[in-house]
Ligand binder design. Structure first.
Ligand SMILES: Cc1ncc(COP(=O)(O)O)c(C=O)c1O
Length: 441
């Protein structure tokens, strides 16, 4: 019988209710330690958050300095030096014309804000009917109802279908199970725009490299350039959800950089302040933001904790570490090494169907039968068992179920801090090999 709560005498409840959690003590670099002194390698940076590693005193000091001088002011009343300086630094790396930034606290929040911004840019352009956001099946954009409306994970959506907006979902790129050219896949966007009428479509939202739902799926090279062409042709705003793959995770600052494609709206969150503060931002060009200002007066959105100065201080300190330690370059350099190691270790493993990813974000799809790509039954909870055993062995990985058809299909993911080195990668892959062999043979 499982324990309902990790600490039955306590007052907390968590998403996973039958899992008894160890209590964390501290972290340093790629390692975490629980209160019993057990060491864990953070092989997934949490869910790809901790990109500069644990225990970074530079970030803690920046947070402390800002909190001491002015912990909180409301964004309708003040700006802060922290927000202005951070935005200037971000403007150097965000691929938008004179970008402007709107800050919130999480991935779901920046998705919600981006959907509203797309709508308001269209209104300001004199296109008041454009309110449809086209999105993709087997995608993930967050847990709030607006973000779920444009997500494609049945298990997360089903209980709330009656509470959500019905947005059109087009097929996601997935070379392993659906080998199609990028152009063919992108053309589904055009079909959808034409079916709903371009005059009704505000935007298209997608993850440049698929994250939590599919596990590090990289689209064919001709996908994103064609998507950009279609969006331009029909006046549809391209919203790049870089919440998980942004801030250097895949070896470039933004995953869309791999294809030299620029979005109209870029959003990111997880790695922005590396988990030291809940922070995300929406970026758009000055031209679009200025148009909203001139035509509508305000951006009709907000939040008590928007434009948080302490968040900006944490974000700037994180950005400086990424730049000074050349961590994006490290991710780019180590990507081929991880790829080679994973292939060397698992290429002939009968239960590893696919190995995919970029930079320091990799997914392994686990299958029952490699020849037919048959997934394990949903109830077997294979990915979960692998993640659980890895955890016992002191390795934290990220996992997901449903990649094959929305219900079954097991994928495990690696996304360690970008500070990692080759020896540490070897250590992770050795434990992973033992784990996979124990769980699926
Ligand atoms: C691509 C993407 N968008 C949005 C979100 C939602 O972020 P959050 O959990 O911070 O609300 C996630 C979370 O995994 C994500 O991967």
């Amino acid at each position: 019988m499982s324990t309902l709560y990790a600490h039955p005498e306590g007052h907390v409840f968590y998403r996973k209710m039958d899992y008894a959690r160890p209590k964390i003590s501290h972290g340093e670099g790629i390692y975490l330690y629980d209160e019993d002194g057990k060491r864990y390698i953070d092989g997934s940076g949490g869910p790809l958050v901790v990109n500069v590693g644990h225990g970074r005193s530079e970030i803690v000091e920046a947070i402390t300095r800002q909190a001491q001088s002015a912990a909180y002011v409301h964004a309708t009343m003040f700006t802060s030096e922290a927000i202005e300086t951070y935005s200037n630094a971000l403007a150097e790396i965000v691929p938008l014309e004179q970008p402007r930034f709107f800050y919130l606290s999480s991935g779901s929040e920046v998705v919600e804000g981006a959907l509203k911004l797309a709508r308001q840019i269209q209104m300001a352009r004199g296109e008041p009917n454009r309110s449809i956001i086209i999105c993709r099946s087997l995608s993930y954009h967050g847990m709030s109802l607006g973000a779920l409306s444009v997500s494609g994970r049945p298990a997360l959506r089903n209980p709330y279908l009656s509470m959500m907006q019905n947005m059109p979902h087009i097929r996601h790129p997935y070379p392993y199970r659906f080998p199609a050219s990028g152009r063919e896949l992108a053309d589904r966007l055009e079909e959808s725009i034409l079916a709903y009428g371009p005059e009704n479509v505000a935007g298209f939202i997608a993850e440049p490299i698929s994250g939590a739902s599919l596990g590090a799926v990289v689209p064919p090279d001709d996908y994103w350039p064609r998507v950009r062409e279609i969006c331009d042709q029909y006046g549809v705003l391209l919203i790049a959800d870089e919440v998980l793959v942004g801030m250097g995770r895949t070896g470039t600052w933004w995953a869309l950089n791999h294809w030299n494609v620029k979005p109209d709206i870029l959003i990111t969150s997880k790695g922005t302040a590396a988990g030291y503060f809940p922070l995300g931002f929406i970026a758009a060009s000055n031209e679009d933001v200025d148009l909203v200002f001139r035509k509508l007066g305000d951006f009709n959105h907000g939040g008590t904790f928007s434009h948080h100065a302490v968040g900006a201080a944490a974000g700037l300190a994180t950005l400086r570490i990424l730049q000074c330690e050349k961590l994006v370059e490290n991710a780019a350099e180590l990507g081929p090494y991880v790829n080679k190691k994973l292939h060397h270790t698992f290429a002939h493993h009968p239960q590893i169907g696919d190995i995919r990813g970029r930079g320091l974000f990799w997914g392994l799809e686990i299958v029952q039968d490699r020849a037919t790509k048959t997934p394990f039954p949903l109830k077997a909870k294979t990915a979960w068992h692998i993640a659980e055993r890895a955890f016992e062995l002191g390795l934290i990985i990220y996992y997901s179920q449903g990649c094959a058809d929305g219900a079954s299909g097991d994928v495990i993911m690696l996304g360690p801090p970008l500070t990692i080195n080759k020896a540490q990668i070897d250590e992770i892959i050795t434990i992973l090999d033992q784990t996979i062999t124990e769980i699926v043979g």
